[in-house]
Design a binder for this molecule. Sequence first.
Ligand code: GLU
Length: 509
Amino acid sequence: MDSKVRVRFAPSPTGGLHLGGVRTVLFNYLFAKHHKGEFILRIEDTDQTRFVAGAEDYIQNTLAWCGLVPDESPLHGGAYGPYRQSERKPIYAKYAQQLIEQGNAYYAFDTPADLEQKRKEILNFQYSKAHRMEMKNSISLTEQEVTTLLENNTPYVIRIKVPDAEEVKFEDLIRGEVSFETSQVDDKVLLKADGMPTYHLAVVVDDHLMRITHAFRGEEWLPSAPVHILLWKYLFGLDQMPKWAHLPLILKPDGNGKLSKRDGERLGFPVFAMDWTDPATKETTIGFKERGFLPEAFVNLLAVLGWNDGTDKEIFTLQELIEGFSIDRVHKGGAKFDYEKAKWFNTEWIKQLNNQELAKLVRPILEKEGIEIHEDDYLVKVIGLVKERCHLLPDFITQSNFFFTPPIQIDTASILPKWDDKKKVFFTELAKNYAAKITDGHLTAAASDLETEFKNLAATQDLKPGDLMLPFRIMLVGGKFGPGVFDIVSCIEFKDAMQRINHCLSLLA
Ligand code: GLU
């Protein structure tokens, strides 16, 4: 690639970030980094009516959480700023003016009421060649009328003059050639009455000024492409246009249409990257982060939603994704979202992440539950023992709670059917052995030694160790779950193990 690759993610800050949006970020990012290029975050906030407080911070925080940090952004700055379109307002008018002078755009003075009236009269009304002359604009009015309206400061918008019956086409990096017939395209507003550009003008001007070479965006933007192509042609030349790829949708689990926030609510899984609280309704939508996903897993699962490296490999680090990514391996069709599979990725990543790193994430979750953690090393050890059983970070609560505090609920009902005096004698003896070790100054022993002693004691009493495991586990954990019992004893130490055995014996008496 001759010129430096520069890509952008250009969200409108209107709410929480859907996982499809994060996948768009990811594919842009991976492509840029694969080509040693730059990734830019540009906030497209020209539609003041859709301004939502907090939405921009949310986007920046989401990118930071995912580790997809922009090289240039409102936060990081850069040579092509400002990166917030609302701060670039003075830039756009001159391009709109240029289009007017070239005859590619025109003033339209229609009031909202005029437009409303027209929509009532004509079904599926489009402001385009078909009706342009019936409206109040610098094509239908005389030059003199236009001058007077402008001199009187009559509010106007500037609209693109879409040419009649022309074919506009471009080469989509995923779909191949895509072409449009201009009679299907309406004369979109480029500059609004308040002087703000619309998305269409701003996106083209900014992609040009920010030297964007490639733009990957959601499939829903495909219908806007003909307007953008025309603007590129009129303003900067088609050879300057970035290469585009329109990314396929992420579909509902049953493949029936685009996955929406509502599907997540209905089916009980997150669709947003992080928790989002709508400032107007105060309603919170759960995010992958707060549900307990690791960013590594989230990024990994998004990468393979619609892309693969040509092998069966599914687990990728960000670095591996950067190395292996190529846009021609992005699928053309939509990718079905499967929450169970998403959890599988998280399970795998919990196993992969080192215990120290996990401890940093798990500690606040446990502390929030009132679990007191005195030593970091102890937490790290516990994490090593239970991580295989955790799919989401909050699973560490149930899976490790009993390492920090004796279980409150003890499932004695599961012990009682096979409980007898022989077992009672065995556990009484075991507790005594542990007490003796404490007296001898031992705190704990290796799991393997504990197991040998346990088996030996069982043998002397003519008991099968297999019959003793379930009661022992319930005494230590409270229920039928958790890692190996001897690992637990080794970790919680003799004193604690002895107390738990004795406590349960009293309950069973
Ligand atoms: N502002 C658009 C959005 O909200 C950007 C589309 C594009 O990337 O061109 O997604």
